[in-house]
Design a protein around this ligand. Sequence first.
Ligand SMILES: Nc1ncnc2c1ncn2[C@@H]1O[C@H](COP(=O)(O)OP(=O)(O)O)[C@@H](O)[C@H]1O
Ligand SMILES: [Mg+2]
Length: 120
Amino acid sequence: MGKNIQNIYVSGDENRLKQVLINLLINGIEAVLEGGHIQIDIEQNENEWVEISISDDGYGIPPHVKSKIFNPFFSTKAGKKNAGLGLSICQHIIESHHGIITCLSDGGTTMGIRLPISGN
Ligand SMILES: Nc1ncnc2c1ncn2[C@@H]1O[C@H](COP(=O)(O)OP(=O)(O)O)[C@@H](O)[C@H]1O
Ligand SMILES: [Mg+2]
């Protein structure tokens, strides 16, 4: 294991980028029922960008909710402390790294973060 795995580098704040991944994983975990799945994919485009996708087969996001998920303090989770800040912070962090964050929901949910590969 590991022999064919190529390193891909992005430049930025390691802790803030970690925070993004943790937030997206926690949202995925919160969306799946027992026995659900979370998948992480990494796709690279030449030497331009890398996209990390975090997918879950949880309850999904209906269109009227999807348009609000990046708004600060928007949450559909009742009784949660500090609710609704996760994705707005993720979007801020990714955009300040010259990247984009996207959401696809068709059954489950796929959150994508695309970041420029370092050296460009
Ligand atoms: N993986 C997901 N599956 C379903 N809904 C999600 C997912 N990720 C985010 N959401 C929706 O987006 C909202 C905002 O997410 P977030 O900013 O992380 O706040 P919080 O998780 O505290 O509610 C959630 O309340 C939920 O409705
Ligand atoms: Mg969250």
